[in-house]
Write a protein that binds this ligand. Structure first.
Ligand code: KIV
Ligand code: ZN
Length: 524
């Protein structure tokens, strides 16, 4: 296949959609500041295109895409728009500030998706022509996607791809929206489109795979073998249902198996671990320990044979080195005698620039942790900083918690919360310490939110390790998550619960303008 002149044949463009498709996962909503921070990390890491959001979805999305567009140094900034002129205009208003803007417009083309707006094949073809032409009149970089492409009839898919190319799209994305395809089929589809659709040689084909059958990364790489030159992906594979192709997986697969997949990306892989941790922290989606590349166990060796082999030659059981993805040795860093300057420089090494009052606050929390935990590792400091950031803007904070639990009766909790600066206390019982403490929170903050997820994981090893607790809650279709870490699991649980409630308050306030639940079905 010949690539369009703008990219060399061997280069694969990385299109990150963590802030759009990733943020669509229920509960993964990020704040404005968090989105800007993640976008800047993506830009610095060498992502070619950042899909920063869906500008028509809410004022918040519009503001985030606009700000990201203004701030981007080298990445192209893209916004999503359905197949109607209003969406496309709004998208352009947000992305136009970027040095390199892109409009991404889409419509569902499979029989199931065509049925929803109740358009005939001809009517939909006309809509595609009209909307891509409109986008192209605003912006000279237009991407078009036939949603559910892998379940669209071949003839119709070929027809609409040709229409979009003729109307001026320079990237044609082929989404496997429901994670239905398999590697051979994924490669064959792209190969056939390139071979048979007139004008295909002048555009870049993109692959956008979901992970419902666990094949997203394999399908994306197969599509590249078939001629695709843009991979759409998210950090940690974040995304609806089973998620999307994981950026870190495709980048490292192309590096490690360059012998059989001779393609390069512009990504600085040593930044992968840092961004993975950050996305996990702000989205509230913890990375499973056995996740490829960025999971906690990805470079851990448990069995004696493996450990012995590793000591003799790391290559016996490692196909890449931890430092290739930015994982430095987990080191014993600090203890209770460490001073403020040492803490500041260690935090700077971990990517946190902390000065003045913030340093003083963090130092107090660090000392409190060091009193309870003998050995403080990098991961402990990262958890502490994440907690600090998460709670900085919270209106409700946990001031005091005492829990009595054990055999022979219900657990009892006494709690004091600071609510907008005022101390308020409650007492409650429950089935176990977490239940009692949560009931005490509920006695002070009335809500109907349903607990969807309560998850505890250890930050480091040992019985004095900090526990990270993730709580996900749902109220009226709004899903929020909260997180906190502490050596006391019950304290971490209550802080995570309260953190989620704070986010719920923000969502309630925004409810008037936030149309995040906007329907993709509404293409009109
Ligand atoms: O999965 C999908 O089809 C999408 C489209 C909006 C491109 O995310
Ligand atoms: Zn998608």
């Amino acid at each position: 296949m010949t690539s369009p002149a703008s990219i060399p044949d061997s280069r694969v463009v990385i299109f990150d959609t963590t802030l759009r498709d990733g943020e669509q996962s229920p509960g993964a909503t990020m704040t404005h500041a968090e989105k800007l921070e993640i976008a800047s990390m993506l830009d610095e890491m060498g992502v070619d295109i950042i899909e920063a959001g869906f500008p028509i979805a809410s004022d918040g999305d519009f503001a985030a895409v606009s700000e990201i567009a203004k701030a981007a140094q080298s990445a192209t900034i893209c916004g999503l728009a359905r197949a109607n002129l209003r969406d496309i205009d709004r998208c352009w208003e947000a992305v136009k500030h970027a040095r390199s803007p892109r409009i991404h417009t889409f419509i569902g083309t499979s029989p199931l998706h065509r049925a929803i707006p109740n358009l005939t094949k001809d009517e939909m073809a006309e809509r595609i022509h009209e909307t891509v032409t409109h986008a192209r009149n605003l912006c000279d970089n237009v991407q078009w996607s036939p949603m559910d492409a892998t379940r669209t009839e071949w003839d119709y898919l070929a027809r609409v791809v040709e229409i979009a190319i003729k109307a001026g799209a320079s990237t044609i994305n082929i989404p496997d929206t429901v994670g239905y395809t398999a590697p051979n089929e994924s490669a064959a589809l792209i190969r056939r489109l390139i071979a048979e659709v007139p004008g295909a040689e002048d555009v870049i084909f993109a692959t956008h795979c979901h992970n419902d059958l666990g094949m997203a990364t394999a399908n994306s790489l197969a599509a590249v073998e078939g001629g695709a030159r843009q991979i759409e992906c998210t950090i940690n594979g974040l995304g609806e249902r089973a998620g999307n192709t994981a950026l870190e997986e495709v980048v490292m697969a192309l590096k490690v198996r360059h012998d059989i997949m001779p393609f390069t990306t512009g990504i600085d892989a040593t930044k992968l671990m840092a961004i993975s941790r950050r996305v996990s922290a702000v989205s509230g989606f913890t990375v499973q320990p056995n996740k490829a590349i960025v999971g906690k166990n990805a470079f851990a060796h448990e069995s004696g044979i493996h450990q012995d082999g590793m000591l003799k030659n790391a290559e016996t059981f490692e196909i890449m080195r931890p430092e290739d993805v930015g994982l430095t040795e987990t080191s014993l860093v600090m203890g209770k005698h460490s001073g403020r300057a040492a803490l500041r420089s260690k935090l700077a090494e971990l990517g946190y620039e902390v000065e003045g009052n913030q340093l003083a606050d963090v130092f107090v929390r660090f000392k409190a942790l060091a009193d309870r935990k003998k050995e403080i590792y990098d991961d402990d400091l990262i958890a502490l900083m994440q907690d600090e950031e998460r709670q900085a803007e919270d209106r409700i904070k946990v001031e005091k918690l005492r829990v009595v639990c054990g055999t022979g009766g219900q657990a009892e909790a006494e709690l004091t919360l600071m609510i907008d600066g005022n101390a308020q206390s409650s007492e409650a019982n429950g089935d176990g310490p977490v239940d009692a403490a949560f009931n005490a929170v509920k006695a002070l903050i009335d809500h109907e939110a349903r607990l969807q997820l309560y998850q505890v994981s250890a930050v480091t090893e040992g019985t004095d390790a900090q526990a990270t607790v993730t709580v996900r809650m749902e109220e009226d279709g709004r899903i929020v998550s909260g997180q906190s870490a502490d050596t006391d699991t019950v304290v971490a649980s209550v802080r995570a619960y309260v953190n989620a409630l704070n986010r719920l308050l923000v969502r309630r306030e925004k409810a008037g303008t936030d149309a995040r639940e906007i329907s993709y079905k509404d293409v009109g």
